[in-house]
Write a protein that binds this ligand. Structure first.
Ligand code: MLT
Length: 398
């Protein structure tokens, strides 16, 4: 008889955003006349920028022509895109090498797949609350997870507890869901802790493009020592509206090494390359051409306009909470606004309350961890008119 991975028995019935979609679908089915506004999953609403679309059109034509058609591409990504990513890092003051960059279909896949490289014996440190993929994928592998409390007292930016040992550390900054961003000094503390513990930091930087405060680091590699202890995951999903187009990249430094139990020194970059070449056939050429365009000067200007639009939405949400004297986190260097549920409601109760009484969908904080039990996340990725309407409805309730 086939034996299954019984760790799946330890997972919640469904993934957070599937559960939300299910509840919303049920509500809309039962209330077809009601206009539901979705500020739940962080899915973009603006169309792809013209630089990206033009470039992808050109690539489609190339693929339809025998002389320029391409079959399998390099699993690590085409050099034209890796070079564009490398230049993007350089513009942000960080130096990475071409073969440290691995193009992928997004940060979600890579943050989940990277667990392939690590033994189940590792102790994994995961902040609570945080993006649920880290907990779910490590649970699937049966790894021991140690949680680190992120809360209002530490500004949702917890620092390491020196008395706790960890082998793998997840950090998400700007944070999903809280919107909090670590500064350089705080990240240095994490890097020092990782080096001291021989640990590896898995740094999720999917929202780096939302950082407008120039003093805040957009990459962990802006921190001295990080190349010896960190892997960085990035995405074009939120930077250039690629949630449906799918393209991200992961930077695995060549300096990052671990000594195996037999004494052999293993290079993580080589291992990831081995993993990707075996299990992944790369991102479609057409998509990579679109991604390349997003990193061009014009592409970046257009991306910044989109981000500016979403930031205005964040301000609309924040202004409403300000008027109601409701304290919140995020929304400035991040697309997410995180606040305590009113009237002592727990987050799923508040989710249902808001959906039923205002037809507004948000994300219950409990889905991101225990410390989110009484918190709620709204996203600024909706369209402006809907965000205004949602917040008017919200304001009437409280
Ligand atoms: C979110 O809403 O947290 C994100 O959209 C999820 C993701 O990027 O996978």
């Amino acid at each position: 008889m086939a034996k299954l991975n019984e760790n799946y028995q330890n997972l919640k019935e469904s993934y957070l955003f599937s559960e939300i979609a299910h509840r919303v679908a049920k509500y809309t089915q039962e209330n077809p006349d009601k206009k539901v506004i979705r500020l739940g999953i962080g899915d973009v609403t603006l169309p792809l920028e013209s630089e990206v679309v033009d470039s992808m059109h050109k690539a489609v034509d190339e693929m339809g022509n025998a002389s320029s058609f391409r079959g399998y591409g390099p699993e690590q990504g085409y050099d034209f895109l890796r070079n564009a990513i490398k230049d993007y890092y350089t513009r942000n003051g960080v130096s990475v090498e071409l073969d440290e960059i691995f193009v992928s279909d997004g940060a979600k896949s890579d943050t989940g797949n990277i667990t392939d490289l690590f033994s189940v014996d590792n102790v994994v440190l995961i902040p609570d609350p945080v993006y649920p993929v880290y907990v779910d994928t490590n649970t699937m592998n049966g790894r021991k997870i140690v949680y680190l409390d992120a809360n209002a007292e530490n500004g949702f930016l917890p620092l390491p507890d020196e008395s706790v040992h960890a082998d793998i550390i997840y950090i998400c900054s700007p944070n999903n869901p809280t919107g909090a961003v670590y500064n350089k000094e705080q990240l240095k503390i994490w890097v020092d802790y990782a080096l001291k513990n021989d640990a590896i930091i898995l740094f999720d930087s999917a929202y780096e493009a939302f950082i407008s405060d120039e003093s805040l680091p957009r990459s962990i590699f802006a921190i001295e020592g990080a190349k010896q202890c960190a892997i960085e995951f990035c995405s074009l999903s939120k930077t250039a509206g690629f949630t449906g187009t799918r393209c991200g990249y992961t930077v695995v430094p060549k300096d990052l090494k671990v000594t195996a139990s037999n004494g052999e020194v293993m290079y993580v970059n080589k291992m990831w390359n081995r993993r990707q070449t075996t299990k992944f056939n790369g991102v479609p050429y057409i998509v990579q051409r679109g991604a390349e365009a997003a990193f061009s000067k014009e592409g970046m200007e257009q991306a910044q306009k989109m981000i500016g639009y979403y930031k205005e939405n964040a301000k609309i949400i924040a202004d409403t909470l300000d008027k109601k004297n409701m304290k919140y986190f995020g929304g400035v260097n991040s697309p997410y606004i995180w606040f305590e549920c009113p009237n002592n409601m727990d987050s799923w109760t508040f989710f249902d309350y808001l959906l039923t009484n205002a037809q507004v969908v948000g994300t219950p904080g409990a889905g991101f961890g225990t410390n989110g039990t009484n918190y709620f996340r709204l996203t600024s990725f909706g369209n402006k008119e809907n965000t205004i309407e949602a917040m008017e409805r919200f304001a009437k309730l409280f």
